[in-house]
Design a protein around this ligand. Structure first.
Ligand SMILES: [Zn+2]
Length: 339
């Protein structure tokens, strides 16, 4: 285990090798399923690279120097974190080049080009890199093509297929795997999120390798809804209206805030994706085609949530589309990447 990060030893080894031969690139794109620790990894990497005592290639920050202390206080002058604002469906350009009054005098690109406070380097992390739009990606272009000396930019997304070509072609891709079920079960036991080993293993098996999903599944009402939805999806003929009503009610129970409801609907659609993916492994060809249609419907719904579409409409369209009809025009490659 490196710095409390579980399950990503291969990526740690890769960065140790890169640093040992002084070949750290200026931009990395971290990809992998949500909820598996990519952001945490990026922060630990930044911490190690910014420490002024330890050699970079050790990836072991000393924890004692001024840089480490400021990092621990979430107040490091050479570290920048940017993520999708709660009320936006894409990363706004202001985050990168400042607002109209301060164009190119503020924002991530400006700060990344400043002299490092501690003299080592500057690091910027962009969470939610799946949500660049053409304008914000273009703002980053100069930084990607002519990176300031020593600057490190880490973009965190879910798959290379979801990135704009501007970004994908200029970043080194680092793939993070879903966490192993055994590891997830161990974490659930250690954090007392499950009632013993058997319960932890059951939850882990339902979590698609995501710690975030495992934590959700450890909540009794979430698990009960998962079981209820799975039973409804196993029916020979889907009762779309009933599924729609129960999903709608469950999403509304998440709270009054739109972000809480959006997050819950993403989790629910994730349950359906897991269901259809596992069904597809054993399905006869006709059923497999239905599973692909249903998975298409799930992806279309997730994209609509990302665009801040009206959630009632998203649920309605999703449930209607789950039961079949034509594919929604996504190429098989896009489908595979998105999953
Ligand atoms: Zn240090």
């Amino acid at each position: 285990m490196w710095q409390g990060i579980l399950g990503h030893d291969e990526v740690v080894d890769r960065f140790r090798r890169i640093l040992a031969c002084g070949r750290l690139a200026s931009t990395y794109l971290f990809v992998g399923p949500p909820g598996i620790g990519k952001r945490q990894f990026a922060l630990k990497l930044a911490h190690a690279l910014l420490c002024t005592n330890a050699p970079e290639s050790s990836l072991e920050p000393c924890g004692q120097c001024d840089s480490c202390r400021m990092f621990a206080a979430n107040n490091h002058p050479d570290l920048d974190l940017v993520s999708l604002p709660a009320d936006k469906s894409s990363l706004p350009i202001e985050l990168f080049i400042g607002d109209r009054e301060h164009r190119n005098q503020e924002g991530l690109c400006h700060r990344l080009g400043m002299k490092p406070f501690f003299g080592r380097r500057r690091v910027a992390i962009v969470d939610d890199a799946d949500h660049f739009n053409i304008n914000s990606a273009n703002c980053l272009l100069k930084t990607l093509e002519e990176p300031p000396p020593g600057a490190l930019l880490i973009l965190i997304g879910t798959s290379p297929g979801r990135q704009l070509p501007t970004i994908r072609s200029r970043a080194q891709v680092v793939r993070f795997r879903a966490l192993a079920e055994e590891l997830l079960a161990d974490i659930l036991v250690q954090t007392q999120s499950a009632n013993g080993g058997d319960d932890a293993r059951k939850i882990a098996a339902l979590s698609g390798g995501s710690l975030e999903q495992a934590r959700q599944m450890a909540i009794p009402e979430m698990r009960a809804f998962h079981d209820q939805l799975s039973a409804a999806l196993r029916a020979t003929r889907l009762d779309c209206f009933r599924i729609q009503r129960s999903v709608q009610a469950f999403v509304e129970e998440a709270g009054k805030e739109a972000t809480e409801r959006r997050d819950r609907l993403r989790v629910v659609i994730g349950f359906a994706i897991d269901h259809f993916r596992s069904k597809m492994r054993t399905a006869v060809p006709a059923d497999a085609a239905r599973c692909v249609n249903a998975l298409d419907a799930c992806i279309v719904a997730l994209m609509a949530i990302d665009r801040n579409a009206n959630l009632g409409m998203v649920v309605q369209n999703w449930c209607e589309n789950l039961s079949g009809g034509d594919s929604f025009g996504l190429a098989p490659l896009a489908l595979t990447e998105a999953l």
